[in-house]
Design a protein around this ligand. Structure first.
Ligand code: CA
Length: 708
């Protein structure tokens, strides 16, 4: 009751302030008024989007229904806000009493009048561009947290920063990682009571994962929980995780896992379970991926790919559920966790739902981490089933690619990645941006370790003959491409089966938003932002933003008007590493698009643009040079330069100039843009060999396109 009254007062205050003021300093003391009480009552506060998943249940369902399946064709543009970078936009904005707080790529924050798009303040964390080289999956940021007049953001260089919600002024700035190691932060912080919780990324490059809690006022570290053990020779960490590693989790590791950190980064999902006063933490893959390299192929390797429950005040271990014991494919349990209740054998059970990378939809009892059910929501070929007695997968042994390559589905891209899903309590369906992503894995146990670059212990092959249909490498590549797809999947979590789905020929699609208007919104990498009937998937509305969309949308209301907002800007791992025909132009700057019924703001379409020509040369190169170049290309270059997000080297004039190439690759003249010197990992001769391979590959693709 008290919480309700506070809400009404806060709403009134915000409304009158917005009407009276255009100046952020005048909006003043009430900005960023998110509290424990307000979040506990967020279900009854549909106008606001107070935390990452809207409420602490993180269902990304807006109860608002002014925009609905009957009138969504009247949806029009309310306003746009253009950003200053064309890198990926993955953030979920936060809306508090008419003010939107949003983060962009490169860790910039904007506070906006949520009804007009007027910028109230801007903040730039001034991340050194060279740190972008440590970002496995683009220089993205998935959002801020707002709490008691403060805005919190984690940064690519591992800092956690508190800003004044009214002015954007920095209140404190703490370093949460060892910055000499390849850690990054891309995930959104979460706040519980007086602590802000933050994880990190970097398991591809060689780090040890953990999650930390900082005091919201002082920025002091309160507790830290490591998700994997350190080098036993170093002794205990003095961390909240020491006890559980001494009790049983430490014994699940073998070999010299600490040399590459072990992985287990907490890079996305962290959920506060208010009912049981516990923090649920989604833990990532192993570092390196290959289990035989990491742990001699022995042990479960706790707490990789686990949902981990911790005490929010102390970080003490409560329980865990591990999805992939002995993880070896880059499967993660970092995907979104959504809390709800479910009838299980006649009992009302508090559960957490997750659609992680490995393709199974898990429902786990939040009281003790026991498995309620798990069924595949996407094509997968690594497990026969999940055993309900033990909660462990019954694996297909060949899937571990120990003695022969295996076309594993899903690949490390996952059957679902960071792209938010949503759950509508109205339809009872979960809307998953699902993927089918086969990839041929080959054991590479003897690989050369490159700390700070990708370390997987896996060769990603063009499938050899016999593994997939096709007489030629081209035919087998085409088979893999034809089997790479995306789905907007409406999943019934009780029946554990699909209700409806829409197939796409590209997997890397945007997150979803479900609303009380019987709608599901999803953006696509072709730039469209779309609305569907939540019951049956009928397409109802579409708007072309001309920017690939990977983020999830939000909905909120100001002064009785409902808005739907989406961050548009293509990127993320697949944005850097792969592309389709319609992505050949460099992406334009990212943009926030906000819609309302009968919105009539103008949008000027981009001028047409042809892709740059392929680099061409009269130079010739010998076969040995090309082979060295190809190997280094795949080891160092493709992960960032095979998609539309970063410069396409095959179309870059730099490739035709040996001196310019060396200046970039070896001398690092573009380090401030994230293209650091690769001298620590390769010789000038190796770099030149890559140039040779790039030119030969550019010629091959140009000839191929000419034929088509
Ligand atoms: Ca990973």
């Amino acid at each position: 009751m008290i919480a309700r009254k506070l809400l009404v007062l806060a709403g009134l205050a915000a409304t009158s302030l917005l009407a009276a003021c255009t100046d952020a300093s005048d909006m003043g003391h009430d900005m960023g008024n998110v509290t424990q009480e307000r979040l506990l009552a967020a279900d009854d506060d549909p106008d606001n989007w107070l935390s990452h998943g809207r409420t602490w249940n993180e269902d990304r369902f807006s109860p608002l229904d002014q925009i609905n399946a009957e009138n969504v064709d009247r949806l029009g543009l309310a306003y746009t806000v253009e950003f200053d970078t064309n890198r990926g936009q993955e953030a979920t904005p936060i809306v508090v009493d008419g003010v939107m707080y949003v983060s962009t790529a490169w860790d910039k924050v904007l506070a906006l009048n949520a009804a007009t798009g007027e910028v109230l303040w801007r903040y730039d964390a001034e991340v050194d561009g060279a740190h972008g080289a440590y970002a496995c999956c683009d220089v993205v940021n998935r959002g801020v947290a707002v709490w008691e007049g403060k805005v919190f953001i984690g940064t690519l260089d591992g800092r956690l920063i508190a800003l004044d919600a009214a002015t954007g002024e920095e209140l404190w700035d703490v370093v949460t990682v060892d910055q000499s190691q390849p850690y990054t932060i891309t995930g959104a912080p979460r706040v519980v009571r007086d602590k802000v919780i933050i994880g990190n990324s970097g398991a591809e490059l060689g780090v040890r994962g953990y999650v930390s809690a900082y005091d919201t006022d002082s920025g002091d570290l309160v507790w830290r929980f490591y998700t994997v053990p350190g080098n036993p020779a170093d002794g205990p960490d003095g961390a909240a995780s020491d006890a559980v590693f001494a009790q049983f989790a430490g014994d699940t590791w073998h070999g010299q896992w600490w040399e590459l950190g072990g992985g287990g980064t907490v890079w996305d999902s962290i959920v506060y379970d208010a009912e049981l006063d516990q923090l649920l933490v989604g833990v990532g893959n192993g570092s390196p991926w290959n289990y035989r390299v990491r742990s001699n192929g022995q042990g479960d390797n706790l707490f990789l790919t686990s949902i981990l429950a911790l005490d929010p005040d102390t970080g003490a271990y409560k329980w865990h559920y591990q999805e992939n014991p002995g993880e070896t494919w880059d499967y993660t349990a970092t995907q979104q966790m959504t809390l709800t209740h479910m009838q299980v054998h006649g009992e009302d059970v508090p559960v957490v739902m997750q659609a992680p990378k490995n393709g199974f939809f898990y429902i786990v009892d939040r009281r003790d981490g026991s498995l309620v059910s798990a069924e595949p929501y996407a094509r997968q070929n690594w497990a026969e089933r999940i055993d309900m007695e033990t909660g462990r997968p019954v694996e297909l042994p060949a899937a571990r690619f120990a003695h022969a390559p295996y076309l594993v589905t899903p690949s490390g891209l996952g059957a679902h990645a960071f792209h938010p899903m949503s759950y509508s309590p109205q339809t009872g369906l979960v809307y998953i941006p699902a993927m089918q992503t086969p990839s041929a894995y080959e054991d590479n146990a003897g690989y050369t370790r490159h700390i700070g670059r990708w370390n997987t212990g896996v060769n990603f092959l063009t499938p050899p003959a016999g593994l997939v249909p096709g007489d030629t490498p081209e035919a087998r590549r085409a088979y893999v491409t034809a089997n790479t797809k995306g789905y907007l999947l409406a999943w019934d979590p009780v029946a554990q089966q699909a209700r409806w789905s829409i197939e796409r020929d590209w997997p890397w699609n945007g997150g979803t938003l479900a609303t009380g208007g019987n709608l599901v919104f999803q953006g696509l990498p072709d730039g469209t932002f779309n609305a569907y009937n939540a019951e049956d998937g009928t397409p109802l509305w579409s708007f072309q933003t001309e920017r690939g969309i990977v983020a999830g949308g939000i909905s909120y209301a100001v002064d009785g008007v409902q808005y739907v907002a989406i961050m548009a800007g293509y990127g993320g791992s697949m944005g850097m590493a792969s592309q389709s025909d319609w992505m050949r132009r460099p992406p334009p700057n990212g943009m926030l698009f906000v819609f309302r019924l009968d919105g009539d703001a103008s949008y000027t379409p981009l001028p047409p643009q042809e892709p740059a020509p392929y680099a061409s040369t009269d130079e010739t190169f010998d076969a040995a040079t090309l082979a060295t170049g190809q190997a280094n290309w795949f080891a160092f270059c493709t992960i960032c330069h095979n998609g539309p997000v970063n410069p396409n080297l095959l179309r870059s004039p730099v490739a035709t100039d040996a001196n310019a190439w060396k200046a970039v690759v070896i001398d690092g003249i573009l380090a401030d843009r994230g293209m650091i010197s690769f001298a620590p990992w390769m010789s000038a001769g190796d770099a030149e060999a890559i140039r040779a391979y790039v030119l030969s590959e550019a010629a091959r693709r140009a000839a191929e396109e000419e034929r088509e």
